[in-house]
Design a protein around this ligand. Structure first.
Ligand SMILES: [Fe+2]
Ligand SMILES: [Fe+2]
Length: 338
């Protein structure tokens, strides 16, 4: 290479040679722990027997069916954004070579997520309904608003930290207006296979949000106090802007079934969680106690091991569902102390 002084030292040696990723020398143990967690919880939509939910589906009226379909249409768009643009954008700002490998894993799983909603549609909806859902998600004003805001930040290479904030807001906050519906049904013991898929997605997003939030906090600490304050102000403004839009989006989706207020409570509760991933104090007064207990019940139910898995024949089992906590980062401690 002509001018090695301009080369990224994470990828290049001082002599201008390209470096192999060495997993025997890991500078940030969180990269390794996250890789292990993510690969351990690998899953595919094709292994969940969604058709077992058809009897439940047929009991829903047209309004509730509409909500389920369009909620998943919205989630498809957001997971598409993560798989097409989000991880590619974050991968440009790595601190370690192992981070690239983790983002490659995340990017693939985002494709699994966005595809899994299509598996749900294929089972529950007619071809005409599926076309309508996709034309809705490709044009709905408030869904497109949030997607375009985050897309624009992902493509602003001048501000790597704003990309990370955007990603955490998307995954730990904006997904939840959609996750509400399957969790609500799960809490009522309905559409449990659809909910299983959503819980696997939610489990992944929990790791993504924690990991990207952690990388954000490392970079944030390196800024001057003034710059930190500036970024914090921007972050809270951006959250308000997204919340304002989210309120309108939730009205569009949920007014017809009367769930709007409880979805907004759940959304604010998760916005606080997104802020916590980014090392900030919560903004909204809403806590777990304010969220519909049926939905919290849906979240806390363990993933089921379907008979289907024993049919796979190689002992394939889903991992136990567990959302990530700060204690997962206490590397080196025995597991029973977590
Ligand atoms: Fe995702
Ligand atoms: Fe994600």
């Amino acid at each position: 290479m002509a001018d090695s002084s301009k080369l990224d030292p994470i990828k290049w040696t001082q002599d201008g040679n390209y470096k192999a990723i060495n997993w025997n020398q890991v500078s940030d143990e969180i990269d390794k722990a996250t890789w292990e967690k993510l690969t351990e919880q690998f899953w595919l939509d094709t292994r969940i027997p969604i058709s077992n939910d058809l009897d439940d589906w047929r009991t829903l009226d047209e309004d509730h069916k509409w909500v389920v379909g369009h909620v998943f249409g919205g989630l498809t768009l957001l997971d598409t954004l993560q798989s097409q643009d989000g991880m590619a954008a974050l991968r440009k700002d790595i601190r370690t070579p192992h981070e690239t490998a983790v983002f490659n894993n995340i990017q693939f799983m985002e494709s699994v997520h966005s595809k899994s909603y299509s598996s749900i549609f294929e089972t529950l909806n007619t071809p005409g309904e599926i076309d309508e859902i996709f034309s809705w998600s490709d044009s709905e004003e408030f869904l497109q608003n949030k997607t375009k805001k985050i897309y624009t930040l992902y493509h602003d290479d001048g501000d790597p930290l704003k990309k990370k904030i955007s990603s955490v807001f998307l995954e730990t906050f904006l997904f939840y207006s959609g996750f509400f519906t399957p969790l609500y049904y799960l809490g009522h013991n309905k559409l449990t296979n659809v909910a299983e898929i959503i819980k696997l997605i939610l489990r992944d997003e929990s790791v993504h949000g924690t990991y990207i939030g952690y990388k954000f906090q490392l970079a944030m600490k390196e800024l001057s106090e003034n710059k930190q304050q500036e970024l914090k102000d921007w972050m809270f403004n951006f959250l308000y802007e997204l919340y304002d839009n989210e309120e309108k989006y939730v009205h569009v989706l949920y007014d017809q079934v009367g769930w709007t207020d409880q979805v907004l409570t759940f959304t604010r509760y998760n916005a606080n969680k997104a802020l916590m991933n980014l090392g900030q104090n919560p903004l909204f007064p809403d806590t777990e106690a304010d969220v519909n207990p049926i939905v919290m019940n849906g979240i806390s139910t363990g993933t089921a091991n379907h008979d289907f898995f024993s049919q796979v024949g190689n002992g394939y089992r889903l991992g136990k569902l567990e959302t990530m906590s700060d204690k997962d980062y206490n590397i080196g401690e025995p597991k029973d102390q977590k």
